[in-house]
Design a protein around this ligand. Structure first.
Ligand SMILES: [Mg+2]
Length: 306
């Protein structure tokens, strides 16, 4: 029987929904953990899903870690995981530059060491990681030396983001042939205890504003991230479930790609947010209404243990 959207996933509906899919894509921050604190029961859910024959993937817009670093973090929290099942924004961005942009040249990178590593793994040289303190006067900033081999400005999470980095990106992007690519547009990163810090979306918005153009992004809700998983593992979209805590990235990605969607209320978005989209009557907002929601993915446990 068809059910209406935004239904609490409970009772027999859990098994019914799990039976209808072969692969489950999990967002990480706000679904499996908050900061360095695992969501209680999350690793049991993942491990039991795998044991029952489901393919499980980890799909995160967070660009602060390589695939290997994510696999290590998951393992340390008790999750069974292969590095190849992790699709982080740093890795997907490197795949995008290599396979879609076919970039010939260097990258000016506003991002982390993890992003540097993923770029190097596919043979792309980069400059820019680390602090970039300001010196001189405004005219010096406008004439800051540029590397003529740089063909793209790439923006991800950068804890050293500064005015000088913004300025350097601006100067590179004065060249209309220089690409502007970002990992994602998430504006906040949820942490334990109800806390949050500004996300990559805030940094990317600053660069876009300075450059007066919009970046191409590879993270959710862009279908590129799903395409990376689907092409490597031969997924069928109608046999996939996307699980996330954000309506505007995770759930929208699922809708964009024809996946079933499940909102976990352990992170950013609330049921009220989803219902507001549902009653808006706006076609774009309806795409952000999940099929199902749970208080936590631990709600799936009884169906998996039974
Ligand atoms: Mg999340």
């Amino acid at each position: 029987m068809a059910v209406s959207k935004c239904t609490r996933l409970s009772g027999t509906l859990i098994k019914q929904t799990l039976d209808s899919v072969d692969s489950i894509l999990f967002d990480c921050d706000g679904v499996l953990w908050l900061g360095d604190q695992a969501i209680p029961g999350a690793s049991d859910v993942i491990n039991l899903l795998k044991k029952s024959g489901k393919k499980v993937f980890f799909v995160t817009n967070n660009s602060s870690k390589t695939r290997k670093m994510y696999a290590d973090k998951l393992k340390s929290m008790g999750f069974t995981v292969n590095e190849d099942d992790v699709f982080g924004a740093a890795y997907c961005l490197a795949m995008y530059l290599k396979n879609v942009s076919k970039l010939q040249g260097k990258v000016y990178l506003i991002g982390s060491n993890a992003m540097r590593q993923e770029l190097e793994n596919v043979g792309i040289q980069q400059i820019g990681v680390g602090p970039d303190p300001i010196s001189g006067a405004q005219l010096d900033w406008a004439n800051v030396p540029l590397d003529s081999e740089v063909k793209a400005v790439v923006v991800g999470f950068d804890e050293h983001f500064s005015y000088m980095k913004l300025n350097r990106a601006h100067q590179y992007l004065n060249n209309p042939d220089c690409l502007l690519v970002g990992t994602n547009t998430d504006t906040r990163l949820p942490l334990e205890g109800g806390k949050a810090v500004p996300g990559t979306g805030c940094i990317l918005k600053a660069v876009e504003t300075a450059a007066q153009r919009q970046a191409q992004t590879v993270g959710k809700p862009n279908h590129f991230m799903y395409d990376c998983v689907a092409s490597q593992f031969g997924l069928k979209s109608d046999r996939c479930l996307m699980v996330g805590d954000r309506l505007d990235t995770d759930i929208l990605l699922g809708s964009n790609c024809g996946l079933k969607t499940l909102l976990s209320l352990t992170g950013v978005s609330t049921v009220e947010d989803a219902l507001a989209h549902q009653t808006s009557g706006c076609p774009e907002r309806l795409q952000m209404v999940p099929d199902y929601y749970v208080d936590s993915i631990a709600d799936l446990l009884p169906a998996l243990q039974g």
